[in-house]
Design a protein around this ligand. Structure first.
Ligand code: IMP
Length: 207
């Protein structure tokens, strides 16, 4: 039987990347548009792991369907690893992607190119009645001095990947999903989830 999962995010951009990344698995993927009663989930964890689990647990509890959540943070070396868990709110509560990008360009304006290193990290959490699974992915890059590219979302127009010679916003979603923090977290998650599903099926068959 095909397993149903619900992706625990209101962020349409993340949802698109997660759905694409998980599309080769034999899953029926639902999202929060099927559960309009689930409003904003308060992410008050101190780490990406805690926040990913908060979101996946909340959606599993409210829907009874196994839930998958992603929490992502950008750690900039010149800022001592900030904004980290505050990446979404770097420019303040309810700020837009562009507010965050502008604030990052502003605070980094006097930082030399060789000191603009940063890392994007994603934690994916899966929660059902029996287990909680976690997986991680990260990618190193530089905070570009200017906005470049139109694709993607969030900090993509200023996150420059040296090996590609491009910002994330200059890449196709397919390319970004191969090398990005989220793409890598998904790739690490797939074998873990596959083996969990197989174990569940074997247990059911032998019961
Ligand atoms: P959260 O995981 O919902 O806390 O979101 C963190 C914030 O990081 C988002 O609001 C975006 O601004 C940003 N973000 C998350 N994923 C990406 C990405 O793949 N590229 C660029 N920015 C991202």
């Amino acid at each position: 039987m095909i397993m149903k999962v619900v992706i625990a995010t209101h962020n349409k951009d993340k949802l698109k990347e997660l759905k694409k990344g998980l599309s080769n698995l034999n899953l029926k993927i639902l999202d929060l548009s099927s559960f309009p009663e689930i409003g904003e989930i308060i992410e008050n964890g101190k780490t990406l792991e805690e926040n990913a689990l908060i979101k996946a647990r909340c959606v599993f509890e409210k829907t009874g369907i196994p839930a998958i959540a992603d929490d992502t943070g950008l750690e900039v070396d010149a800022l001592g690893g900030k904004p980290g868990v505050y990446t979404a709110r770097f420019a303040g509560e309810n700020c837009s992607y562009m507010d965050n990008v502008k604030k990052m360009l502003q605070v980094m304006k006097n930082v030399d190119v060789d000191k603009r290193s940063a890392v994007f990290k994603t934690v994916i959490a899966f929660v059902d009645s029996k287990t909680e699974l976690l997986s991680n992915g990260k990618v190193k890059g530089l905070i570009n001095k200017k906005i470049k590219g139109l694709a993607g979302f969030g900090y993509d127009p200023i996150f420059y990947v040296q090996e590609e010679g491009k910002t994330f916003a200059e890449m196709t979603i397919e390319k970004k999903n191969i090398i990005s923090h989220r793409g890598r977290a998904i790739n690490n998650f797939i074998p873990v989830l596959t083996s969990y599903i197989k174990k569940q099926q074997t247990t059911k068959e032998s019961a």
